[in-house]
Write a protein that binds this ligand. Structure first.
Ligand SMILES: [Zn+2]
Length: 338
């Protein structure tokens, strides 16, 4: 392995913006299809599904994958494979979105449909802690363009299960920002916070900076994507002053067509301005990338030096929802990584 890639792998780092469903490789999709489809899809068909050209095509592909995640065993398989790949990249802690909103939507809102799936996810998580030394938290993600009522069910389930499962750390809103912003979810975010959940939000991926302001105004603690913040210098200052963690996903933005190339992604400008930026892979299987590759591209496309890559890794640990003692321990190990 070339020295820079080896260095990146050795950096203890956190991944904070990663969708479980987006980690399912075409080969795993074929396996899931063989379990469930009357005519299972071929590897070629699975691969062509991932060849979308824009954001709408991406959402369609995402839907096709989640449609084949049916049983608790399917989820356990997907989760375990994801965790193995995270550990192999030197990720020591991950905070992973589960599209709970999609599960409810497709199971006609049976309020008890998620428990068995969650038990399976927890089995994978505990195995990864034991066998891979990987720490992992879950973020329950609702789909903003379904309805406020459906998001309410997701956040309520997060609060309910959290009593026995402290691994459920936060809630989030994904889906199509062009069809729903953040304002309608204000009361739900306040309730989730009162229940002890942390608040994340996708904002400014396919929409302008006003969507990021709206997300901040309902109490979102971390902003996913924040691509359009670059258009608003007052907002950039606000994000800097508030030390708001930004979960950036450059390759994702390039592949969904909202950013022309990695080289021009605002990652570099945000970093130089002193914003609390973190690098993430979002849906690595869909974008043919992973976290280690995002660090490598930051180096090759935007000239991030080893010290700057180390700073990105430090940001990821600081912006995580780990307890302070956990952050301090990993940061100390990061300092001694050469
Ligand atoms: Zn995302």
């Amino acid at each position: 392995m070339p020295p820079i890639q080896d260095f990146i792998r050795r950096l203890p780092k956190a991944e904070l913006h990663l969708h479980l469903e987006g980690t399912i490789l075409p080969s795993t999709l074929v396996e899931l299809s063989a379990r469930h489809d009357a005519r299972p899809i071929t590897l070629l068909e699975a691969q062509s599904l991932y060849q979308f050209a824009d954001f709408t095509g991406f959402l369609d592909a995402f839907k096709a994958v989640t449609a084949r995640l049916l049983t608790p065993a399917d989820y356990e398989l997907a989760a375990w494979r994801m965790m193995q790949r995270l550990a192999a990249q030197g990720v020591v802690h991950a905070e992973v979105f589960i599209a709970v909103g999609v599960v409810y939507h497709w199971r006609k809102h049976d309020p008890n449909c998620f428990e068995a799936i969650f038990d399976a996810l927890e089995r994978a998580r505990l195995r990864a802690a034991r066998e891979l030394g990987l720490s992992l938290y879950w973020i329950f993600d609702a789909v903003r363009h379904f309805s406020v009522e459906e998001a309410g069910r997701v956040f309520l389930k997060a609060a309910e299960l959290r009593a026995n499962h402290p691994s459920i750390v936060a809630i989030g809103l994904g889906g199509d920002e062009r069809r729903a912003g953040s304002e309608p979810f204000r009361a739900l975010y306040a309730q989730a916070r009162a229940a002890g959940l942390r608040l994340t939000n996708h904002a400014g991926e396919t929409t302008g900076p006003e969507a990021i302001r709206e997300a901040l105004s309902i109490g979102s603690e971390r902003i996913g994507h924040a691509l359009s913040a670059i258009e608003d210098s007052a907002l950039l200052q606000e994000l800097k002053d508030g030390k708001v963690p930004l979960e950036l996903n450059p390759t994702s933005n390039v592949r969904t067509g909202v950013c022309p190339s990695f080289a021009v992604h605002p990652l570099r400008r945000y970093f130089d301005l002193g914003l609390l930026v973190t690098l993430n892979s979002d849906d690595p299987a869909f974008f043919n990338s992973d976290l280690a590759n995002e660090y490598l591209l930051a180096h090759t496309e935007q000239g991030f030096t080893r010290d700057e890559l180390r700073q990105l890794a430090a940001n990821s640990l600081r912006a995580s929802f780990l307890p302070e003692a956990g952050k301090t321990a990993w940061l100390a190990r990061l300092d001694s990584t050469q």
